[in-house]
Design a binder for this molecule. Structure first.
Ligand SMILES: [Zn+2]
Length: 296
């Protein structure tokens, strides 16, 4: 396991690729774990050896909360914006665009396929932490920076004295920025990306895949990462000018590879993501006939 001072980086399988994520164990008397999406065996081992007291969830997405249930004795805190959302299936279905795209019937279908452990996790969230406030975990100072965009409540835990920040889902993967839930916001994503680039830190740890960046590397990667947003804008704009309908737009594969759009949740996020780019072009989808109309 990689270690930065008292911070122990716990990997998920396949370089913490979705549906897993990287967790961080703060190895001090306080026994704090940040996110629970890492390898379950590694997390169990840490819990057996040290006894986790507190889990900090950066946001409610299942790839960051999925192993909360392995820590029955620990407090589980989430950010204040997502506390209510994170506690119910309905809340998560709404925030993920399932309700927006498919209505109650879609939510019912999704609910039926949820893993039991994951549903168990929901009512275990026991409290919230504050944004932008210095915490001291037995000598390790941490500030939960509010970095919305990916979701509205997401935090990036920042350790000022270690010059280290866990940037969670500002993850620099080739997929590009993900803001496809109804609580995601492209403008906020760009603002948070810019804020993180300017942060006084030398070590940037992402939630998935590539891993650890120096400040210089992180800045370079972030510029490329944010550039993907412009490319999506251009692509959507180009298809709109060709006269494609919303339904046709959702079959191309702007976000997800075309051959994966048969997976209902990917199709859901493809649709909700395209709506956001249409909004940037001043367009919305007519509720009566699905035509693209001026949002004004
Ligand atoms: Zn996420």
């Amino acid at each position: 396991m990689n270690r930065i001072g008292p911070l122990v980086i716990v990997e998920g399988p396949s370089m913490s690729k979705v549906p897993f994520s990287r967790s961080i164990f703060i190895d001090t008397e306080s026994r704090v774990l940040i996110d629970s999406g890492a390898d379950p065996e590694a997390l169990k081992e840490i819990n057996q050896q040290f006894g986790i007291d507190l889990i900090i969830n950066t946001h409610y997405h299942p790839d960051h909360t999925q192993h909360n249930y392995l820590f029955p004795k620990a407090e589980k805190w989430i950010n204040p914006i997502e506390y209510e959302t994170s506690r119910t299936i309905e809340g998560i279905a709404k925030a993920n665009g399932i309700h927006q795209e498919w209505g109650d019937a879609g939510v019912e279908m999704w609910r039926k396929n949820l893993p039991v452990e994951w549903v168990e996790n929901l009512d275990q969230i026991s409290g919230t932490y504050d944004y932008e406030t210095e915490y001291n975990f037995s000598g390790v100072k941490a500030i939960f920076l509010h970095t919305p965009g990916h979701t509205s409540g997401l935090v990036s835990p920042y350790f000022p004295e270690l010059g280290t920040v866990y940037v969670s889902d500002y993850d620099m993967t080739s997929f590009g920025p993900w803001y496809n839930g109804t609580d995601g916001d492209i403008e906020d994503f760009i603002k948070s990306g810019n804020r993180l680039m300017e942060l006084d830190a030398n070590t940037f740890i992402t939630g998935h895949q590539k891993g650890i960046f120096t400040k210089e590397e992180f800045k370079q990667e972030m510029v490329k990462f944010l550039e993907v947003i412009n490319k999506r804008d251009e692509l959507v704009n180009q298809y709109v000018r060709q006269g494609l309908t919303f339904e046709e737009l959702t079959e191309i594969g702007i976000f997800y590879p075309k051959n994966t759009l048969t997976v209902p949740i990917f199709k859901t996020w493809e649709r909700s993501g395209i709506r956001k780019h249409l909004a940037r072009l001043g367009l919305t989808v007519s509720k009566t006939d699905g035509a693209l109309i001026s949002a004004k």
